[in-house]
Design a binder for this molecule. Structure first.
Ligand code: ADP
Length: 488
């Protein structure tokens, strides 16, 4: 081939290559530079040939070049793929990757540095995108880890792959315990094949499937859960993994059950006194005025009133909106008044105390405290059969006042005593025979606790029960002005 043509082609290749070429002296002084770099920088070749390689770089690049890159080059003789930004005239810096080789003269001293510059714009963009994706993945992973829901992934055939902390909490099993096991061990009623397979039995993708089901825990107990299952496609278009988001619905279900029981119970309890009122009123319409019918109507209306009050109070307590208006009062007088009220209604109530009137001072909301005694006395009478025999006893020491309501009725079995103060709790089989909604003791305990006191029960079936209310003694004078409202 013609030498001249070859030289020109080599020159063309050097000048217009898709990468930059720079030849420089060991101090960086540029001796040759190709057209590609000239175009990138946007200044004349003459101008560039007067300067040093480091002058082509941004300030940060220049510092890095002088402190790191040049010494490395001197030491190693070459450096490969180091990222720099070229400072350009009136344009954004251009990211490049620089590879340099140091050539030596005949005496072995550094003579010339040859550098190749590759445009790294696409690579930078790709790296940024990769970083962005990585952050996204890390964020998602953090969400999965922190989620209170159980998040589980499986293979297309239901073999467990991952298991987050929510799953460990919900099912009581750790990751090493479950990885590789079948998801049907925790969700027995879920059939992965029929959920995600087409009629031919082939696994296909599906939009998220939602179902309410029962899950099994490590201790074999069952919990109500809701499951959102989604199949994810692999690169070949078939189902690669399935994810399950499992939420504990036991509390929600318990609330729903409670609401249903509550509705059933309250409508029954509201209907009873209403039926009496209706029947007695109809009787009076047929036969004219009757003293006993009016008494029955009034007493049923009072029952209704009490029930509605209890329901409202229980909902106030539940919403933490119970307000107390307290005054320093005499507990002996308060308890005696409640006992006398019941005695006046014809019940056998005895009142006992060693304390003299005015000596047991407590700071209470008198109306609420009256309700406490009335609830305890109502129960004492209600759960005593034909002949109630009830004692109200007031006692105290230096710091604590006590009121005991003692009955000799049916008593409470030891295993259910811890639950009698729970909302809507009623002991069977008496519950179906004796009227009530299971709110009295719940309200009573909350009122006593709102006063800084406590309530307990001691009971023996067939012998009777003793409910003891304990309240802190007041330090101020009796009958002080009502305290500003305090809330539960
Ligand atoms: P209710 O009387 O409306 O059922 P309570 O909250 O007052 O509701 O009482 C809850 C349950 O505790 C009652 O259903 C009953 O089983 C039991 N109980 C309460 N007081 C007594 C008592 N003095 N003797 C026996 N059982 C009682």
């Amino acid at each position: 081939m013609d030498e001249h043509v070859l030289d020109r082609s080599m020159w063309e290749l050097f000048e217009h290559a898709p990468c930059g070429y720079v030849l420089m002296l060991p101090n960086g002084k540029i001796t040759r530079i190709n057209q590609t770099v000239v175009d990138w920088i946007g200044r004349s070749r003459e101008h560039l040939l007067e300067g040093r390689f480091q002058d082509l770089l941004t300030i940060a690049g220049k510092i890095f070049y002088e402190n790191q890159f040049a010494p490395l080059l001197r030491l190693q003789g070459s450096a490969h793929g180091v990222a720099f930004d070229l400072a350009r005239e009136g344009r954004e810096p251009l990211p490049v990757l620089v590879s340099s080789v140091q050539n030596l003269d005949d005496q072995g001293a550094p003579a010339l540095i040859a550098s190749v510059l590759i445009d790294a714009t696409d690579r930078r963009a790709y790296e940024r995108e990769l970083l962005h994706r990585r952050l996204q993945v890390e964020q998602l992973a953090a969400i999965v880890t922190a989620s209170s829901d159980a998040i589980v992934t499986t293979t297309a055939h239901g073999s467990i792959l991952t298991w987050n902390a929510g799953a460990a909490r919900l099912f009581g099993r750790t990751t090493p315990d479950v990885v590789g096991r079948d998801v049907s061990e925790i969700l027995p009623s879920l059939d992965v094949r029929s959920t995600f397979a087409n009629p031919g039995g082939q696994l296909i993708t599906a939009s998220a499937v939602h179902l309410e089901t029962v899950a099994s825990r490590a201790d074999q107990s069952q919990i109500d859960v809701s499951v959102d299952a989604t199949a994810h496609l692999g690169p070949l278009g078939d189902v690669a993994t399935i994810s399950f988001v499992v939420r504990d619905m036991s509390e929600q279900r318990a609330i729903e059950r409670l609401q249903q029981e509550f509705l059933a119970m309250t409508s029954h309890e509201l209907r009873n006194p209403l039926a009496v009122i209706k029947a007695r009123a109809q009787l009076m319409r047929r036969r004219g005025y009757s003293e006993s019918a009016v008494d029955a109507i009034l007493s049923s209306a009072e029952d209704l009133d009490r029930l509605i009050n209890d329901l409202m109070l229980a909902s106030q307590i539940q919403a933490e909106r119970l307000t107390l208006y307290t005054t320093v009062s005499d507990l002996v007088a308060e308890a005696r008044a409640a006992a006398e009220e019941f005695a006046d209604r014809g019940f056998a109530i005895r009142f006992e105390t060693a304390a003299v009137e005015g000596s047991v001072r407590v700071e209470v909301d008198r109306a609420r405290m009256h309700q406490v005694f009335a609830n305890l006395l109502t129960n004492a009478v209600k759960y005593s059969g034909e002949c109630p025999d009830v004692i109200v006893r007031v006692g105290h020491d230096d710091h604590e006042a006590r009121v005991e309501v003692i009955d000799h009725g049916i008593g409470i079995a030891p295993e259910i005593q811890p639950y009698v103060f729970d909302r809507f709790f009623r002991a069977e089989p008496t519950a179906s025979r004796i009227q009530g909604v299971g709110l009295g003791l719940f309200i009573t305990r909350r009122i006593v606790e709102a006063h800084g006191g406590s309530i307990s029960v001691a009971s023996e079936p067939g012998q009777g029960s003793t409910f003891t209310v304990r309240l802190p003694c007041a330090t101020e004078r009796l009958g002080a002005a009502p305290e500003p409202a305090t809330r539960l």
